[in-house]
Write a protein that binds this ligand. Structure first.
Ligand code: SAH
Length: 255
């Protein structure tokens, strides 16, 4: 049945956050509570987010794009409230682009609701500010090339040469390559590196070390997926730099 005269409810792409159900936005919570259909990325989304909701829920883990769209499109056309739940923030490795392009072709409405990315959940777990005055004011969110290629101009070694904070997604299974590329880019072997597995989940684990030993430590810990690699001057405890923002000579109007 098509809800012809009614205005269709947009399909909401919602960021589920990194794992802790309390790290979902209030908007995301409200949308989930009112949804008729939820299609969630079961490999990383915490199923606790779905507890008690009335929606029909489908795990997209075993579904291809066409199958996902075949669930969502008829529901949307029938006037149902559809939520597509992605881990972290949907803008990072969410594969929402192809879903949105498909909806554009079908002339169906959609909106995106941001979430807490695992990059920021990892920084929180590490109790780090990624932008450190006089050391780095830039954060690079990236990945090691794997089955999904990365353009050559964005090779990890080239990005490492910038010396900014880096949050490296989807790469802990290639730790040796990551380390080799970071060293090739100019980081010295005693550069601090942290790996946060399942940030914000009850079974979160943090492994810290240097470029010289992090690969062995990660292997010893048996961490192979769902982990964020954080590297850069922000992890350097030696930094005594105090934020210019709160220096006495800085105009208070900018605080
Ligand atoms: N959109 C997501 C990323 C999806 S890609 C986000 O914004 O976080 C999946 C990768 O994200 C994983 O390989 C891992 O590198 C990272 N990731 C997702 N959840 C994580 C978590 N709770 N802790 C650490 N890394 C996580």
């Amino acid at each position: 049945m098509t809800a012809t005269n009614a205005v269709l409810s947009p399909i909401f792409f919602v960021g589920a956050g990194p794992g802790d159900p309390d790290l979902l936005t209030l908007k995301g919570r409200r949308l989930l509570d009112n949804a008729d259909l939820v299609v969630y990325a079961g490999s990383l989304v915490n199923p606790a987010l779905l507890n008690g909701i009335r929606a029909e829920c489908h795990d997209s883990a075993g579904l291809d794009l066409a199958a996902i769209m075949a669930l969502m499109i008829p529901a949307c056309r029938a006037g149902k409230k559809v939520v597509r739940l992605h881990t972290g923030d949907p803008a990072m490795y969410g594969a929402i682009r192809e879903q949105m392009q498909w909806l554009d072709r079908e002339n169906l409405p959609y909106e995106v609701v941001p979430g807490v990315s695992s990059a920021f959940a990892a920084a929180a777990s590490l109790r780090r500010e990624l932008t450190v005055p006089e050391q780095t004011q830039t954060v690079i969110l990236t990945r090691q090339a794997g089955r999904t290629p990365v353009p050559e101009r964005e090779a990890l070694s080239k990005l490492a040469a910038i010396g900014a904070s880096m949050c490296i997604f989807l790469s802990v299974g290639m730790m040796e390559e990551v380390v080799a590329d970071l060293l090739a880019g100019g980081y010295v072997p005693d550069t601090a590196v942290a790996v946060v597995e399942k940030a914000s989940w009850p079974d979160e684990r943090i492994v810290q070390g240097t470029l010289a030993d992090i690969a062995a430590r990660v292997q010893a810990a048996g961490i192979r997926k769902t982990a964020m690699i954080v590297v850069g001057p922000a992890l350097d405890d030696a930094s005594e730099a105090v934020s210019r923002l709160y220096a006495e000579d800085f105009s208070h109007g900018c605080r």
